[in-house]
Write a protein that binds this ligand. Structure first.
Ligand code: SAM
Length: 366
């Protein structure tokens, strides 16, 4: 910010002044998505020179391999339709479309991207291909059969934060004092959060925090309505429930990013940093099952990509470097990134990309 005026900070402060403290979820929603001034509407910069790197930005081999996995699923569904949620600047979409073209498959590619700035970047990048670019799932008219997927969407959704104190559960709200934001703990009374915590069987220690991602539930339900028949694939970083609430993770998983560095104080300069939290895959799978999805499988990114044929896809030195980063467990994205595959109207299937999905208890998500 370098001393520049932070208009978003003023807008959030004004809202708090008018309506009283806001939930952390509301703060995060404004900080990331407020028209013109939210992080994803203004500053967003994904890639090696940006604030954070996602798998598509590591190398096109990620998208090329993803398409190999998708091809098998598309054959099962007998469709050529892909719907990508939260497509960033369209890098992954382009890699997938080009890989499909190599084998003469013309995809019907639909993108749902919330940020106006990113939709503009996507239009520039993908204008030459057959791609439909929409702002929200509500804009889709007809039901679709095919694959609905996302890479790092769930981790970018605004979350509620709950903390256990000696006398019960509190929700974190944000107040404003002398133009600066500060946390306020308010006795938890939001019934949706209470029932989420009860249903998930979440037990917190004194002083422990967790993030509650109710927006993920909304998205799961909307996708279920839109999908006539097909697969849903979520790729994201995260853990199973036991790891999320483990004693060593007392402070939850929420963090900020700027220029590849972790920003501890996510309240300080809203709009200028990315804010993100790890996905609770147990919660996501449980919600999916309740909604009616078939649970096809859960694996880590390394196993998924290797099973989908990433090693056979290596064409040059850059690919080798990218593969290392995408699949190595420590310091890479292989272990902490997970892949959850759901389906509707498919029944029991065996996907090649899940051939070596780990059988360890830490992959038992239900
Ligand atoms: C962490 S970025 C990931 C971008 C891209 N998928 C990648 O891997 O590089 C999250 C993306 O999700 C988008 N997003 C967040 N909420 C969304 C929603 N409800 N619907 C559609 N897109 C959303 C953001 O604008 C952003 O482009």
């Amino acid at each position: 910010m370098n001393g520049d005026r932070n208009i978003l900070k003023e807008l959030i402060a004004e809202r708090i002044k008018e309506n009283g403290p806001i939930s952390f979820r509301e703060f995060m929603e404004m900080a990331l998505y407020y028209p013109k001034f939210g992080y994803y509407e203004k500053e967003v910069s994904i890639g090696k020179t940006g604030d954070f790197v996602t798998s598509p930005k590591v190398g096109s081999i990620f998208g090329r391999t993803l398409f190999k996995a998708f091809r098998e699923m598309l054959e099962i569904v007998e469709s050529n339709t892909l719907l990508e949620l939260g497509a960033g600047d369209g890098t992954l979409a382009e890699d997938i479309i080009l890989k499909a073209k190599e084998i003469n498959i013309e995809l019907d590619y639909i993108i749902i991207e919330k940020s106006e700035k990113l939709r503009r970047m996507i239009r520039n990048k993908l204008g030459k291909y057959r791609v439909k670019i929409l702002k929200s799932l509500e804009e889709i008219g007809d039901k679709i059969s095919g694959i609905i997927f996302s890479n790092e969407l769930i981790d970018a959704l605004p979350v509620h934060i709950v903390e256990r104190e000696k006398d019960g559960l509190y929700e974190i709200f944000i107040d404003c004092k002398d133009g600066e934001f500060e946390e306020l703990k308010v006795k938890l009374k939001d019934k949706r959060i209470i029932s989420y915590i009860n249903e998930m069987g979440i037990e917190l220690r004194d002083g422990q925090r967790i993030e509650v991602n109710l927006d993920a539930e909304k998205i799961l339900a909307s996708i279920y309505e839109i999908l006539e028949k097909g697969f849903v694939v979520f790729i994201d970083y995260g853990y199973i429930a036991e790891e999320i609430t483990a004693p060593y993770r007392l402070k939850g998983t929420l963090r900020g990013f700027k220029g590849h560095r972790i920003v501890d104080d996510v309240l300080k300069e809203p709009g200028s940093i990315d804010i993100t939290s790890s996905v609770n895959f147990t919660a996501l799978a449980k919600l999916a099952k309740e909604i009616g999805y078939e649970l096809i499988g859960f694996t880590n990114q390394a196993n998924f990509l290797v099973d989908a044929g990433i090693l056979e896809e290596i064409r040059n030195e850059d690919d080798i470097k990218a593969v290392k980063y995408l699949i190595l467990p420590n310091g890479g994205m292989g272990e902490v990134f997970k892949v959850l595959i759901l389906a509707k109207g498919i029944g029991k299937v065996h996907l090649s990309s899940l051939k070596n999905a780990p059988k360890r208890p830490s992959f038992n998500i239900l």
